[in-house]
Ligand binder design. Structure first.
Ligand code: NAD
Length: 367
């Protein structure tokens, strides 16, 4: 049987720097755990624009559709800010998400004990926090028609439409229930059924899907209350399911509970392929960080933890994903810190590659 395939799109800025550390981790799993991947690499974002005049070449798009999972670094940078909207680096990423139909965006918000002081909330509220937000990614207000700025009665009117079909809600709800089943079997769905018809439909469909997942405890919450509860008592949640717009806000809010952008991974999943694996793209939440690019300062953890998500959700290697996450946690507990994780009096930071080496040493120690 052939090895599972990975397409690496390192992108711009710190993308290639953090991805270089992921490549070392991938090699470690091949050498030490017999978990070999067929890895190919290609360009995305500004790097693709420089080479081809587009932020994602058609051939790269075709490759992304064929592989078992795509790992992406980050895209963008000041050099590309002047480009026309249609060829901006972000369009490459949006094209991948759209054409792969990645409808479920998984954003974990996990607070590593060693970093609990970094949260803007009190330590006891966030220590041990481990929640997962499932955000619908391909529909809702960001895509609904009609949209645009029109003239009505001699003034401009800005219009966006919140629109969801039953099947769009059904498929993302199933993804969230499946995930809840693998965690603590608790799912909270958030919408605004009190003021929005799309919210009423959302609540109805999620309740209907629940019939197939009776082992999971389902609750519903209005999204504004959800935002409040996330900062009041975030540990009451395990998996949160929500739509595109609310998910955008709630997942950023939850992310900041953990304190550091350099630690946050994400996964975007689509429908199962012929081999049963979902279409999948894994990427850190952070951007290309032009302010520190090329200086060896970037924290590779978010990108490495995105690969851990790939092990778990694309390759059914939960034990190995646990091993990798535990290695990152051990390194933090040992006090190893890249510059973004330093307190004012915290001593000397390690470089991107030193952080990668420390994680590999922790992986070695786990054997
Ligand atoms: P950013 O996430 O790149 O950086 C925000 C701040 O966090 C910066 O100070 C940066 O140094 C720091 N930071 C981010 N990741 C870090 C890491 N791994 N280690 C250490 N520090 C880290 O966001 P921004 O500055 O708003 O955007 C910069 C560029 O990235 C823009 O072109 C933007 O469009 C793009 N962007 C891309 C993505 C993506 O590729 N998914 C996401 C967000 C922003």
């Amino acid at each position: 049987m052939s090895n599972p395939s990975l397409l690496i799109l390192a992108g711009d800025g710190i993308g290639p720097e953090v991805m270089a550390e992921v490549q070392r981790i991938i090699a470690w799993f091949g050498d030490k755990r017999g978990l070999k991947f067929d890895v190919s690499e290609d360009l995305v974002g500004g790097a693709a624009y420089d080479a081809h005049g587009v932020p994602l070449h058609d051939d790269t798009m075709a490759k992304a559709q064929e592989v078992d999972a795509v790992l992406l670094g980050a895209v963008g940078g000041p050099k590309y800010d002047v480009l026309d909207f249609s060829v901006k680096p972000e369009r490459g990423l949006l094209r991948l998400r759209k054409e792969m139909d990645l409808f479920a965006n998984l954003r974990p918000a996990q607070c590593f004990d060693a970093l609990a002081d970094f949260s803007s909330l009190k330590k006891d509220i966030v220590a041990g926090l481990d929640i997962m937000i499932v955000r619908e990614l391909t529909s809702g207000s960001y895509f609904g028609e009609p949209r645009g700025i029109f003239i009505e009665d001699n003034e401009r009117v800005g219009i966006n439409t919140q629109r969801y079909t039953e099947s769009e809600i059904d498929r993302v709800a199933r993804a969230a229930f499946e995930l809840a089943r693998k965690r603590s079997k608790k799912l909270c769905s958030m919408e605004k059924a009190n003021v929005m018809e799309s919210g009423i439909l959302w609540r109805d469909v999620v309740t209907e899907v629940h019939a197939d997942y009776q082992d999971v405890e389902l609750s519903h919450m209005y999204a504004d209350n959800g935002a409040m509860q996330l900062v009041r008592a975030p540990k009451q949640f395990d998996v949160i399911l929500t739509d595109n717009l609310f998910g955008d806000l709630l997942s950023d809010c939850a992310a900041m509970l953990t304190g550091s952008l350099g630690m946050l991974p994400s996964a975007s999943l689509g429908a199962p392929m012929e081999n049963g694996r979902p279409k999948a793209l894994y990427e850190p939440v952070h951007g290309s960080a032009p302010d520190i690019a090329g200086q060896g300062k970037a924290n590779p953890s978010a990108c490495i933890l995105s690969f851990a998500m790939a092990l778990r959700y694309s390759f059914d290697q939960g034990t190995e994903a646990d091993r990798l996450e535990a290695a990152v946690e051990k390194v933090l507990a040992d006090g190893v810190r890249t510059a973004d994780l330093m307190q004012a009096d915290g001593g000397a930071p390690v470089s991107t590659s030193e952080m990668g080496s420390a994680i590999i040493a922790a992986l070695d120690a786990s054997l």
